[in-house]
Design a protein around this ligand. Structure first.
Ligand code: PLP
Length: 273
């Protein structure tokens, strides 16, 4: 059973609803964040909170509370689930708008959800993605706008792929809901523009410091031909190998040892979190 917080009350999630004059419904004006708990503790809470605050500022929405009050709500909801490992979704909208265009008082929902882990076979074999010439609007803000990937669902399925890799003017940014890395020798390269700064990306860059030379810079499409390995990172995916991009096999088309190594480091970190 999952509970959620909505504007001061805690209710079973299926009893939470938002009114029809909310700006997220009328104008697509909303943001969210998403993180997991491990062993009863929110993973990288400080970093997720900072990002949520920045997203709210990006959409000019005032936060109804501070970090400590929000943390207390999170821990209360977590206790109600009776589980140590759950997902949290924060959703914040433009609020009820009297004239259907100006920002009202934001509506804030804090919801717990089951985690939907990646099937093990995807870690063993790696995944295929297809290229998409697109750049997200306000890429650095975790807005609720995922129209692009929803529209592309059929194309992705027809290609036997699982996601899309965005690029524009020869430069790669990220996947629809996760960040992108290539490995070349002992170099780890990840784009630094037109992306949502993933907390998993940040965690992996930190974990990799000791063993890799980490480069955060514009990454060209042409560099895919020279990559030994590629992988994507997100809260749910952790480090998920990408073995095929469109018709291009990455490296030898198998999951590489360095992607495996980084996934192991990540698994160790969350196990003792
Ligand atoms: C959420 C998201 C990510 C990954 O962020 P994490 O904090 O690692 O989960 C990357 N790109 C986009 C577009 C996202 O929405």
């Amino acid at each position: 059973m999952h509970y959620g917080y909505f504007n001061g009350s805690v209710l079973p999630t299926d009893q939470i609803s938002v009114g029809v004059t909310d700006l997220s419904l009328l104008r697509g004006y909303g943001l969210f964040d998403y993180f997991l708990t491990y062993n009863g503790r929110p993973f990288q809470w400080d970093w997720y909170w900072e990002r949520f605050r920045n997203s709210a500022a990006g959409l000019r929405l005032p936060l109804p509370f501070g970090k400590d009050e929000t943390y207390a709500v999170v821990m209360d909801l977590l206790a109600r689930t009776g589980q140590p490992d759950v997902a949290f979704r924060f959703v914040m909208t433009g609020g009820y708008s009297p004239d259907s265009i100006s920002i009202g008082t934001p509506n804030l929902m804090i919801l717990t959800e089951d985690i939907h882990p990646v099937p093990p076979i995807q870690y063993e074999q790696g995944i295929k993605v297809i290229l998409d010439d697109y750049v997200r609007e306000m890429a650095e803000v975790k807005t609720t706008d995922y129209k692009r990937v929803i529209l592309k669902a059929e194309e992705i399925r027809a290609a036997n792929a699982l996601d899309i890799l965005y690029h524009k003017d020869g430069e790669i940014s990220e996947l629809s809901r996760s960040n992108f890395f290539i490995v070349r020798g002992n170099k780890l390269i990840t784009p630094n523009r037109h992306i949502l700064r993933g907390i998993t990306r940040r965690t992996i860059m930190e974990l990799a410091q000791a063993d890799f030379q980490v480069e955060e810079r514009p990454l060209l499409l042409s560099e895919l031909y020279e990559a030994d390995e590629a992988f994507t990172t997100s809260s749910t995916k952790k480090v998920l190998p990408i073995t095929q991009i469109g018709e291009l096999m990455i490296g030898n088309g198998q999951v590489g040892i360095r992607s495996r190594f980084l996934l192991e480091r990540m698994d160790e970190l969350v196990a003792k979190w």
